[in-house]
Design a protein around this ligand. Structure first.
Ligand code: SAH
Ligand code: SF4
Length: 359
């Protein structure tokens, strides 16, 4: 069987090379060619013995997901629609800023958690992405954008905030994270790699132990009654447990706070009273808040809170000593903003036999 080398983190690459009777430093060389140089052609890997290059051509290949469509927004945001086979596509978004470049990466085709305000959730779940499909988004986007004059790749930060729940595709997500952090691959600092989760409590503990990176938690409601509706997985992992998991995470996290994401839905979760309730809820968790203006999609059951309401909400949190930012809406004109990533997903869970396309 031939292997896609983008599927391996450093330990897996070493193990695979050992199976081929090759030394560990060969694995390191290949890792560097693939991820540091962005090379996919074994013939170009000039410091490998000719015999090894010939062998690799027979036993291995390098393949990231194919691009089906590419769009650029007026603010410079790029969105790529990637084919992940059997009628499924996922999206990757690059957000350029003056001092950094952030890639928003998907981890699943669709999502099973069905949050009420999320377009991905409305598509249902199809499958987990492989390591090659997750890291392939970074590998491919870097190659596509090209190294800067300083010789560095343009992507300096990665957020796992695209389609899917990263912690429900745990093993593949962690291998991809390890490659992002590995000095022989992307060498990003743990602070520049963020996992966003809807709050899968046991997996948050595993992430803390196995690969702690910056953590964002999608909160969206100040109490269980409302969160059960907006983020149904709350019925399984209610707020009290989630808050404890955040505290435990911070024992090993690279940053000394958790970022709570909070999508602002008009008349649903945006009142002054609810902001006060939030302050009580997070009292024991060092945190920052990021308020996200709701991004509409076809048939969305909610409206975006107006800016005045969002700013009033922020002010109440700030008076409660919580650092609060309001997320800038990026890539609005190409539906590249949070929660608008829908791709094209064949639904095998709730809404069977239906193919939906909302891009
Ligand atoms: N499944 C993970 C990561 C992907 S979603 C999670 O839920 O955290 C990334 C972020 O986009 C989450 O904070 C999510 O709540 C938010 N989001 C989803 N739909 C949105 C929408 N329509 N408008 C604004 N933000 C949305
Ligand atoms: Fe899934 Fe996150 Fe969307 Fe909820 S917000 S449905 S967890 S992708």
């Amino acid at each position: 069987m031939t292997e896609n080398l983008l599927n391996f983190d450093a330990a897996q690459m070493t193990a695979w090379f050992a199976e081929q009777g090759e030394k560990p430093f060969r694995a390191k060389q290949v890792l560097r060619w693939l991820h540091k140089a962005g090379e996919s052609d074994f013939d170009a890997m000039s410091d490998l013995a000719l015999s090894l290059r010939e062998k690799l051509k027979l036993t291995a290949y390098v393949k990231s997901p194919q691009v089906m469509r590419e769009e650029t927004a007026t603010d410079g945001t790029h969105k790529w629609l990637l084919d992940v086979g059997t009628g499924n596509a996922v999206e990757t978004v690059f957000i350029p800023e003056t001092d950094r470049g952030t890639l928003c990466v998907s981890t699943q085709a669709g999502c099973a958690l069905d949050c009420a305000f999320c377009s991905t959730g409305k598509q249902g779940f199809n499958r987990n992405l492989s390591v090659a499909e997750i890291i392939g988004q970074l590998w491919w986007a870097n190659r596509e954008l090209g190294k800067g004059e300083d010789g560095h790749w343009p992507i300096t930060n990665v957020v796992l905030m695209g389609m899917g729940e990263p912690l429900l595709n745990f093993d593949n997500t962690v291998s991809a994270l390890r490659l992002m952090l590995d000095d022989n691959a992307y060498g990003l600092s743990r602070r520049r790699v963020t996992v966003s989760t809807s709050g899968i409590v046991p997996a948050m503990d595993r992430l803390r132990d196995e690969c702690p990176v910056a953590l964002a938690v999608s909160l969206h409601a100040p109490n269980d009654a409302l969160r059960n509706v907006l983020v149904p997985v709350n019925q399984k992992y209610p707020l009290r447990e989630l808050m404890s998991a955040c505290r435990r995470y911070l024992e090993k996290a690279p940053r000394d706070f958790v970022t709570f994401e909070y999508v602002m839905l008009e008349g649903v979760n945006d009142s002054v009273q609810q902001a006060r309730e939030l302050i009580d809820l997070v009292r024991e968790v060092p945190c920052k808040f990021n308020l996200i203006p709701f991004n509409p999609f076809p048939q969305a059951p909610y409206k975006r809170s107006d800016m005045q309401t969002v700013m009033r909400f922020r002010d109440v949190l700030m008076q409660g000593d919580i650092v609060t930012t309001i997320r800038k809406v990026r890539g609005d004109d190409i539906a590249a903003a949070c929660g608008q990533l829908a791709g094209k997903v064949q639904d095998k869970t709730k809404r069977t036999h239906r193919l939906t396309e909302v891009v």
